[in-house]
Design a protein around this ligand. Structure first.
Ligand code: 13P
Ligand code: SF4
Length: 372
């Protein structure tokens, strides 16, 4: 079975049951919102659990039962026994929750326009084409690994080809798992996380890039490398440069720097600590009062850390140039009010339902990750 059977369009929004916020919900004040959310949650009780990614806005995070990184949220979803999992995050995260939860549980993504651009950089059609080219020029076994930041069809593809999923917190373990079973790794879609992981494993001299948009991409030279990196990236994290770290250290000589592994190799190299969003949270939480930490990740998380740890000086690594994630931003808190009030009225809105044939395979790739 080829992934092209699942998804043949190059499209940003994967689901066509997307509903927009009704006008009556667009201008609620924070007070009105909070009151409505509390009333709805009282009514719904244990039927609902709200999961929030670390990059969500304060108004979402404050109502979440659990806030964490992609890996933690996938394990929370697996353990949740609520009928409804409301996911404050992006489409690929809600898809993973749908794959992991039981069939009688429903996953709701308040705004289905929350689509991570990096996940859209490895479309099934492109991956099928690349796979056909790469496997035709080598007898070595290639094991595909996809970062969690990818759609379910790609996770299904990886399972089918003997590979798995990883997150930013277990990428090195996933690579080791793959090298125990094959000769080479094709890592998608984030070239920076792939390169940083290759470096962590001492394999930085054995990588090649595969650009799906370049008709000149040369399969033979790519397949000579042990690690083939898909040319995808996160624009929020690519923005950080070594000069930002130098500037922060010049302005604040005591500053420490923590960055996400989606940052460029040289930025990760220059930082004091690198890790997933939960590692970044722990780093700030464990800092001694008076310490200064510059944070190289999405700006909402930096702002949360500054609020949560007033005893620590928390700085955005590139100042005003730090970006928010425009996919995460789509989860407007008014959407949260709407989907909750609709559930109280017995209506399910913006449900993420991965097609069954994709779901079964993608589950295999996620299970392999949860077992490493
Ligand atoms: P984490 O897995 O570290 O939460 O990161 C997810 C993400 O989208 C980073 O851009
Ligand atoms: Fe995707 Fe980057 Fe947003 Fe993470 S921060 S969800 S990788 S666009």
């Amino acid at each position: 079975m080829e992934t092209a059977a699942f998804e043949t369009d190059l499209s940003l929004f994967k689901y066509d049951n997307l509903e927009q916020l009704p006008p009556a919900y667009r201008d609620l004040t924070e007070e009105e919102r909070t009151e409505r959310i509390e009333v709805a949650l009282d009514e719904l009780g244990d039927d609902v659990v709200i999961l929030g990614h670390n990059y969500q806005r304060r108004e979402i995070v404050e109502h979440a039962d659990f806030v964490g990184d992609s890996y933690q949220l996938s394990t929370e979803a697996a353990e949740a026994d609520a009928d409804y999992v409301i996911f404050g995050g992006v489409t690929f995260m809600a898809e993973s929750a749908d794959i992991i939860t039981d069939d009688d549980q429903t996953v709701i993504l308040p705004s289905m326009e929350a689509s991570c651009p990096m996940a859209g950089m490895a479309e099934a059609l492109q991956v099928d084409a690349a796979w056909a080219e790469l496997t035709s020029v080598t007898d070595d076994d290639i094991v595909p690994i996809t970062y969690m930041n990818s759609y379910a069809d790609l996770k299904a593809f990886c399972a089918e080809q003997g590979g798995l999923v990883c997150t930013s917190s277990n990428a090195a373990d996933a690579f080791e798992w793959a090298f125990e079973r094959g000769d080479k790794v094709l890592f998608l879609p984030d070239k920076h996380l792939g390169e940083n992981t290759a470096f962590q494993l001492g394999m930085e001299d054995s990588t090649a890039e595969w650009d799906p948009w370049d008709p000149e991409s040369d399969a033979e030279s790519a397949a000579e490398a042990d690690i083939i990196l898909w040319e995808g990236y996160c624009q929020v994290h690519e923005r950080f440069r070594v000069e930002h770290i130098e500037q922060v250290r010049a302005d604040h000589p005591d500053a420490n720097v923590v960055v996400h592994p989606e940052c460029r190799r040289e930025v990760v190299e220059a930082a004091d600590v690198v890790g997933s969003t939960s590692t970044i949270c722990e780093t700030a939480a464990n800092a001694d009062p008076g310490e200064t930490w510059a944070i190289g990740t999405e700006i909402h998380l930096t702002n949360h850390l500054s609020r949560w740890h007033p005893e620590v000086t928390v700085l955005p690594l590139c100042g005003d140039a730090c970006m928010d994630c425009n996919a995460m931003r789509q989860i407007d808190p008014n959407y949260l009010v709407w989907v909750l009030q609709e559930l109280v009225a017995g209506r399910e809105r913006n449900v993420i339902e991965v097609p069954p044939e994709e779901k079964e395979l993608a589950q295999v790739a996620l299970d392999r990750m949860l077992e490493i």
